[in-house]
Design a protein around this ligand. Structure first.
Ligand code: NAP
Length: 248
């Protein structure tokens, strides 16, 4: 019988893994999306959308849909679904793989300030100039809402959710971005400090190179840790190998 792989997606790497699995003869692949993005784009294989109803709901889905392997390919900051996936895998005995793109690493020229949360990033901002380029996503701007004396340029794929800071300009854009464009943007908006999550990946790394070139400080929110005992593979080839579909 053909194996059924469930990918918890919402990332470029999840999409690439779905394409790689769908190309294998006899493999059935389903990608699950949270449903946050209005136009998620085409995916290979089957797609289901929306929450499962916690770890128990996901475990029930794994059993009902006879899933043979689970891949958590969610964003490094999607903490709840990652915890649910680990619990559901252990409750059902379904083998699970976590795929996480590696985080970014600072170079000697970088002026990074690592913080554990968005709230801690907000606490640090009064140290820098007043114009902030905020690229932490459309959710969580409430952490910055009390900073009424700062000017925020917020960039996100979909419109950000209120509450947000009083002085906010929104730029809707989806990566990948180039270093030249990011440098021009930082200059045009007279940015004093960049705030980002350590999302990793090439598509949005250009802002870090641009900030380095302009010698701007960058506040980097660290990733949440993986659930205890869980280790991640960094890319699609290694995920395929863990699943038993390729060279290890
Ligand atoms: P989260 O806080 O970890 O998840 C909240 C709830 O959303 C989960 O408990 C689950 O609901 C549902 N959910 C999340 N991912 C799902 C998936 N792939 N399929 C089905 N249900 C899912 O997640 P989040 O940070 O809101 O992120 C939501 C999605 O956006 C993720 O799939 C992630 O890969 C993607 N994403 C997140 C970020 C980010 O910065 N957090 C950035 C880019 C993309 P139930 O408990 O009801 O199952």
């Amino acid at each position: 019988m053909s194996p059924h792989v469930l990918i918890l997606g919402g990332t470029t790497e999840g999409r690439e893994l779905a394409a790689a699995l769908a190309a294998l003869p006899g493999v059935r692949v389903t990608t699950s999306l949270a449903g946050r993005v209005t136009r998620p784009g085409a995916l290979s294989g089957d797609v289901r959308v929306g929450g499962f109803g916690g770890a128990a709901g996901l475990a029930a889905w794994l059993r009902e849909q006879r899933v043979d392997a689970l891949v958590d390919a969610t964003h490094p900051f999607a903490e709840a679904i990652t915890a649910n996936a680990a619990q559901a895998a252990s409750a059902t005995g379904v083998p699970a793989v976590v795929m996480r793109r590696p985080g970014w690493q600072p170079g000697p020229e970088d002026r990074w300030h690592l913080v554990p949360s968005l709230a801690a990033a907000a606490d640090l901002l009064p140290r820098f100039g007043p114009r902030v380029f905020l690229t932490t996503g459309r959710i969580g701007l409430a952490a910055f809402a009390h900073l009424t004396d700062r000017h925020f340029v917020v960039r996100s794929v979909e419109p950000p959710e209120p509450p947000m800071p009083a002085h906010t300009e929104v730029l809707l854009a989806r990566g990948p971005f180039t270093v030249d464009d990011e440098t021009a943007l930082l200059r045009e908006y007279l940015v004093d400090v960049l705030v980002t999550k350590d999302s990793g990946g090439a598509a949005t790394a250009a802002k870090l190179t641009a900030a380095r070139g302009l010698r701007l400080p960058v506040v980097v929110v660290r990733r949440p840790s993986l659930p205890e005992g869980v280790t991640a593979v960094p890319d699609v080839p290694q995920a395929l190998a863990r699943l038993g579909f390729g060279p290890s």
